[in-house]
Design a protein around this ligand. Structure first.
Ligand code: FAD
Ligand code: UDP
Length: 381
């Protein structure tokens, strides 16, 4: 068999690219080192509940192009992410909005909330000169010191394993701040959890399954491309292009040293109850407990679940070491300049395209990854 494309990684990026290439008649080999396809969006059915095995995944986008693209393969169930923060047993709505401000200060009107934030911002502003230089300064400017101390500092330092003053400001800018009573975590126009076209609840698997369902696509699971590269030489010398979605530093044997990543450990538990915490995601914002959030997967189904049991995941941030799954790129200045060095090497690599969260070392959400894969397909196919 002759392949035109060898796609390393069957996550969303690799699967979208493979689908587009196969649609145009190109023969594709997808090489995946995990025992399953889908990368981090993979779900496992447990007691009729799709358990997000690599952390909660909510699809959200403002791109009509991306939304229409994924809707060819799956439907969406209208789930709206409204997580709750738990600080020492007291609960606050997220993202930061009038509900949060009411819970924190008892304020009722937007003007009252704005006045409290402005007072706290002003007393901190003397120490913050010009543009916020790190996550701590950015958070205080956005929501004041009370919310920073209660809902951001502990969570963020657990999540990233370093002080907020040493983290880039953009991480917190992802979260909306609103002076309305609106608990929708995302500002995007479209949002939901996918369900199969036949109503199957394991939507991300249906999405990846449909993307890869083409006679022009062959999938090999449990194969590490970098370790077994020799096996693919005949295709490469025959002119195949590699679409590589693994970690860029790993591809180059860590020649310039390791990029920093944040690891995660997921602890799954079956509980003999139909409703454990009443919400899909509860964030624990103090430094204790050691986990950042508990996900209760059945709530992603919005009641469309017959199971008498429930599955939860406690998500523990972890130091990343070589060989572990790399979940979050740490896009601080030091790592960004190291990435640029790898990027220069990547440009010189003939017939290899680097893409996806790890290939581009970017904190991409699923919609951005889909868009990038579509753009790459459009430009090279
Ligand atoms: P991946 O899904 O990481 O796929 C890469 C694949 O390549 C993996 O399957 C890996 O095994 C394989 N691979 C790597 N190296 C090799 C090799 N040498 N040989 C063979 N195979 C290899 N985004 C959202 O939009 N909404 C969310 O709610 C959301 N929640 C998230 C929660 C967590 C905890 C995390 C970590 C991410 C979350 N994301 C979310 C981001 C989302 O997971 C990514 O945008 C998306 O999955 C990235 O797809 P990808 O194809 O780039 O990478
Ligand atoms: N964050 C926080 N408190 C929370 C939730 C998030 O301080 O309760 C901060 C934290 O720094 C985190 C960032 O906001 O890294 C982005 O959160 P998001 O939920 O977007 O992260 P992800 O789902 O990618 O882990």
């Amino acid at each position: 068999m002759r392949y035109d494309y060898i796609i390393v990684g069957s996550g969303l990026y690799g699967s979208v690219f493979a689908h587009e290439a196969a649609r145009l008649g190109h023969a594709c080999l997808v090489v995946e080192r995990r025992p399953h396809v889908g990368g981090n969006v993979y779900c496992e059915m447990r007691d009729g509940i799709p358990v997000h095995m690599y952390g909660a995944h909510i699809f959200h986008t403002s791109s009509r192009r991306v939304w229409e693209y994924v809707n060819q393969f799956v439907d969406f169930n209208g789930f709206v992410n409204s997580p709750v923060a738990n600080y020492r047993g007291k609960l606050y709505n997220l993202p930061f909005n009038m509900n949060t401000f009411h819970e924190m200060w008892g304020v009722v009107t937007p003007d009252e909330a704005e006045a409290v934030i402005a007072r706290q911002r002003e007393s901190a502003a003397a120490a913050i000169k010009g543009e916020p230089k790190n996550l701590e300064e950015q958070a205080i400017l956005l929501v004041g010191t009370d919310i920073y101390e209660t809902l951001i500092k502990g969570y963020t330092e657990k999540q990233w394993g370093r002080p907020c003053s040493k983290l880039p400001a953009f991480i917190i800018r992802r979260l909306p701040v609103r002076l309305t009573y609106d608990n929708n975590y995302f500002n995007d126009r479209y949002q939901g959890i996918p369900i199969g076209k036949g109503g199957e609840p394991d939507g991300y698997n249906s999405l990846i399954g449909s993307l890869l369902d083409d006679e022009k696509i062959t999938v090999e699971r449990g194969v590490d491309f970098l370790r077994e590269r020799g096996r693919f030489e005949k295709h490469l010398s025959g002119g195949a292009t590699i679409i590589y979605t693994g970690a860029i530093d790993e591809y180059f044997g860590y020649d310039y040293g390791e990029l920093s990543y944040r690891g995660l450990r997921f602890e799954m538990e079956k509980i003999d109850s139909e409703n454990y915490q009443g919400v899909a995601a509860m964030n624990f914002t103090d430094t204790e407990p050691a986990y950042t959030r508990i996900i209760e997967h059945r709530h992603f189904l919005r009641g469309a679940c017959e199971s008498k049991a429930t599955w939860i995941t406690r998500e523990y941030p972890a130091e990343w070491r070589r060989g572990d799954e790399a979940y979050y790129p740490v896009n601080d200045e030091e790592n960004k300049s190291l990435y640029e060095k790898y990027r220069e090497l990547a440009k010189k690599e003939k017939n290899v395209v680097f893409g996806g969260r790890l290939g581009e070392y970017r904190y991409y959400d699923m919609d951005k990854v889909t868009e990038q894969a579509l753009d790459t397909a459009k430009s090279i196919l």
